[in-house]
Write a protein of this length. Sequence first.
Length: 253
Amino acid sequence: MNSDNAVIQPQTPKQWPACPNRTAVMVSSPADLKELVARAGLSGVHPHSFLNSRMYCAPQSGATVCIAGPFIGAPYAVMLLETMAAWGVERIIVFGWCGSVSPDAGVGDMIIPAAAFAGDGTSPHYRSASDGSDSILPSSRLNAMLMDQCREAGLSCKEGPIWTTDAVFRETHEIIGQYRDRGALAVEMETSALFAAAAWRSVEIAAVLAVSDEVYSFSWKTGFGSNAFKNARKNAIELILAIAGKLNQECGA
């Protein structure tokens, strides 16, 4: 973990549950949080208040993963990550939605971000200006595990750069075209900041994004209620739980 002289440092309550294998999942959507908690067998667990979110951890040591959410926007997402890092979490998988900015990705696709272009205001606080790039990387190990699991399970999954923005309603033709030309597949609101903060705190991180809508044609095509999008979210949950199980095995839990 890097040292710094920030006046306010992340803290966790004294009475927090043990986090098995120090692995957590951050889920942005309330509906996906509910589904993932159910699929992980944590529906009967009383959640802990976690800032404006909830944290689910089973009391027994054999639990697969802790799950936190919902969240929206880079500043708040990083507050959650910082707190979990202070608590001792060492690996985080992020599950969220994104909008396609490239014809190479459409509604219902799953994307594993290989890098995130920082168009948000939080990422620069975790990076030196001397870095010379706005492209922020996840854990190559976790990304490889996710892609291998996709192949093993026969799931269709795309790996490539994405773009993070703070301003959903300022995704102009020019900016969309700029990031599309740089190879970005999609846009969302948290990933670059989470990658940057994770690197700062020496936390392994990777993300799974489900494509909910498209803007690459400079018109908005929504797919929030489509079967393709619902299936992508279901597949993403299966993928995340499989990886959580493998991380559990690594730690001997």
